[in-house]
Design a protein around this ligand. Structure first.
Ligand code: ADE
Length: 223
């Protein structure tokens, strides 16, 4: 998979993409990242990417032509062009799965007060990572990239099992609590059923805990 990230802050991605599972995925040839500085597509010596909004109002807007030039120079026919915006559709695990099946993803990180609305003409998806507003789309893009790359075959150890039982997995519920050794820590015991090794009982317990936790925290996820 190829992932392009277009941003005015390319440095923000250096550490993030260079660490841990993401860098391993790159070295294993599962994913190829290109972080592109939007200012490289500016048309003036000062590398301007923003301008004042028509009809006034506070702040600056990102200019359409730099985004069009950037996207048109990088896109392939099969590319999904994803604009990060708090006004986008909510990003959920199903969307991560959909993106993970793509050959080429492009993330457009919005900034300042917003983007000229005509940029929406060249995007295929507008996505928000939650009902809160950040100063820019970089962290949203990073969150999506992480959640997509970990789904690519061979990236996580343990194969498909590694992502099968986690929260928002196939049953759409939150994951049951997990424990490791020691069996008692500061007076807190690991639930008896997990020490027994009866697989069916453990599955049953997990399912119950899962439904319980989801009903309390995210009742809208329990059908
Ligand atoms: N840019 C600023 N806030 C955002 C959010 N919540 N999701 C996606 N992009 C954003």
């Amino acid at each position: 998979m190829r992932i392009d990230i277009i941003t005015v802050f390319p440095e923000m991605f250096r550490g993030f993409l260079g660490e841990s599972i993401l860098s391993r995925a790159v070295r294993a040839g599962k994913v190829l990242f290109r972080v592109v500085d939007l200012r490289d597509f500016a048309r003036d010596l000062r590398r301007t990417v923003d301008d004042r909004p028509y009809s006034g109002g506070p702040g600056m807007l990102m200019k359409p032509e730099v985004w069009f030039d950037a996207v048109e120079s990088l896109r392939t026919p099969e590319a999904r062009v994803v604009l990060t915006t708090p006004a986008g559709e909510p990003y959920v695990q199903r969307k991560a799965e959909e993106f993970a099946a793509c050959e080429h993803l492009m993330f457009l990180c919005g900034h300042y007060e917003g983007i000229d609305a005509r940029v929406r003409e060249i995007v295929t998806d507008e996505v928000s990572i939650g009902d809160f507003v950040m100063t820019g789309g970089e962290i949203a893009a990073a969150a999506m990239v992480d959640s997509v790359v970990r789904l690519l075959p061979g990236v996580l150890g343990g194969g498909a099992a590694a992502t099968a039982n986690e929260s928002f997995g196939r049953d759409g519920l939150l994951e049951a609590p997990q424990y490791t050794r020691p069996p008692v820590f500061r007076g807190m015991s690991v639930p008896e059923v997990l020490l027994g090794g009866d697989h069916a009982k453990v599955e049953n317990w997990r399912r119950g805990e899962s439904i319980d936790l989801t009903s309390r925290r995210r009742p809208e996820l329990v059908k």
